[in-house]
Design a binder for this molecule. Structure first.
Ligand SMILES: [Zn+2]
Length: 138
């Protein structure tokens, strides 16, 4: 007889789940909640009973997953005035202003140098933001 003794049997009946800290949809989920909250509140103020379309701008360098946002929105908007509304996402390109020569340019990536003087010190004017632009409804 190999081994011996009773093998410890543990039963864990408690339903448990782990939330990965890097779970990407958590971030987008809370963003969708903010978007929905904002739109629903504005809609109520403007006496719009049903929102049909929400337009959001997302900078290409914004830390937002547009696909995840599109996925989360209908789930979050369910049972609100924005239920079933289309989420239109407009991507906003990067715009920067060079601190050295003042030139405005469209970098391909953050921290691209100025195409005029080659300077690296620039202010990002757009491309990192996310905002609700407008919404339609009746
Ligand atoms: Zn420059």
């Amino acid at each position: 007889m190999a081994g011996g003794g009773p093998s410890p049997r543990r039963q864990n009946r408690a339903a448990s789940f782990t939330l990965d800290k890097s779970e990407p949809s958590m971030h987008e989920l809370s963003l969708c909640e903010s978007i929905t909250q904002l739109v629903v509140e504005r809609a109520r103020r403007e006496r719009i009973a049903k929102v049909s379309r929400v337009v959001v701008e997302i900078g290409v360098a914004a830390p937002v997953d547009a696909e995840a946002l599109s996925f989360c929105f209908p789930i979050v908007a369910k049972d609100t005035a924005a239920a079933g509304a289309e989420l239109a996402i407009v991507r906003v390109g990067l715009r920067a202003r060079c601190e050295s020569c003042g030139a405005e340019f469209a970098p391909d990536a953050l921290f691209d140098p100025c195409p005029i003087c080659g300077g690296f010190a620039s202010t990002i004017l757009s491309g990192r933001e996310m905002r609700v632009v407008s919404f339609d409804g009746a």
